[in-house]
Ligand binder design. Structure first.
Ligand code: AMP
Ligand code: MG
Length: 355
């Protein structure tokens, strides 16, 4: 019998090893193709609305540009409709009418929700501070900042505007779909971005239920779906006394919304005192018992309004915030004026990366 040639065996072995390697490379390539096909590439879009940049990062089987355009158009519609200082808006009409004003369903439900949140937060969130916001100059912030024409109103001016403000003055007639402001001015600045993000989510999901990514407006993010459809988004919470990009903590979220209200967003300084845009309805002055408040909630409207409220309640009324806010689905991180971090019990969970 003939003995096998050792050289031939070696060559055969090499061919087998080579084939196995090629086989695995092909399998890996197919796997990678499959994965990338499933997650898709993200597309980014940006527009300037609500006095801030709105960013959309989205992956969808529908044209992402079509979805983004629809979202931006909706946000611009809301900006126009609810701007209290533009004569054509429904809010201007309500604020400048002494009588009942007939409103559409959307206006009624947004104002109704804002009033409910005012009651739930014992008035810390107050959607009827328009007169005070205008007096302080925050209704024309961009222009004032450009011209440097900020002044601190006098104590009597503040007392006068405060006496004509407050959510208790707003009345709703649900039967006839009418609202009466009784001299107070509605300003939905503390809830409107959250409502716009809620609409953004609805629009994106109407186009494509399985789209994923996020929409970001100034200090708030609404998640459309997990990163690559499988992992958490890593979201930095800004250090209120740091530069943009410097974080005080990081949260990991695959759904819902996170909003931050801070005294660094819109402010001016006179005689070394910082005056910012979040007012304490009890005093008529900027709230000064916190420097930032962050709320995580599944509902972006809750995240927005409750972050403003948590800021106003501040360190002094923290026990109320930490006891009551989670009942409304709002988990809070408060940064006190001395930069102490206060958290509701479940907030910590979002700071863990390996959930
Ligand atoms: P945010 O940045 O969400 O905290 O909202 C701040 C905006 O809400 C301000 O620019 C005002 O238009 C409005 N605002 C100020 N103070 C209050 C308050 N106490 N409650 C509700 N809205 C407020
Ligand atoms: Mg807010």
């Amino acid at each position: 019998m003939q003995q096998p040639d050792p050289k031939e065996i070696m060559i055969l072995n090499r061919i087998v090893v080579f084939s196995v390697i090629v086989f695995f490379i092909i399998i890996a390539a197919i796997y990678l193709l499959f994965i990338s096909g499933k997650t898709g590439q993200y597309s980014d879009f940006e527009d300037y609305i609500f006095g801030t940049y709105v960013r959309i990062r989205i992956s969808s089987k529908i044209n992402p540009s079509t979805i983004s355009k629809a979202i931006f158009a909706e946000m611009k519609r809301l900006e126009k409709k609810f701007d209290p200082y533009v004569e054509s808006s429904i809010i201007y009409k309500l604020n400048h009418s002494e009588d009942w004003v007939e409103v559409d369903d959307e206006t009624l439900s947004v104002i109704d929700l804002a009033l409910k949140i005012a009651r739930d937060t014992e008035g810390a969130f107050d959607p009827a501070l328009g007169r005070l916001i205008q007096l302080w100059g925050f209704s024309k912030f961009t222009e004032r900042e450009a011209t440097g024409t900020f002044t601190v109103p006098s104590a009597s001016e503040i007392a006068e505007a405060a006496s004509k403000s407050g959510y208790q003055k707003i009345a709703i007639d649900y039967v006839n779909k009418k609202i009466k402001t009784n001299g107070a001015w509605i300003d939905l600045g503390g809830i409107l971005k959250g409502y716009a993000l809620k609409r953004a989510y609805q629009i994106a999901k109407e186009f494509d239920k399985s789209c994923h990514g996020f929409v970001e407006t100034g200090g708030q993010i609404m998640i459309l779906g997990p990163k690559y459809n499988k992992t958490n988004w890593v979201i930095g919470v800004r250090d209120p006394r740091g530069q943009p990009g410097e974080n005080i903590t990081i949260v990991y979220l695959s759904e819902g919304s996170v909003a931050t209200s801070g005294d660094y967003e819109r402010f001016f300084i006179v005689d070394n005192v910082r005056y910012h845009h979040i007012l304490d309805p009890r005093t008529g002055y900027p709230a000064n018992k916190a420097i930032s408040a962050t709320v995580i909630s599944n509902d972006p409207v809750i995240a927005d309004a409750f972050s403003t409220a948590a800021f106003v309640l501040g360190e002094d009324r923290w026990l109320f915030t930490r006891t009551v806010f989670p009942k409304y689905g709002a988990e809070v991180l408060l940064v006190t004026p001395k930069k102490r971090l206060l958290r509701t019990d479940n907030f910590k969970i979002y700071e863990m990366s390996d959930r």
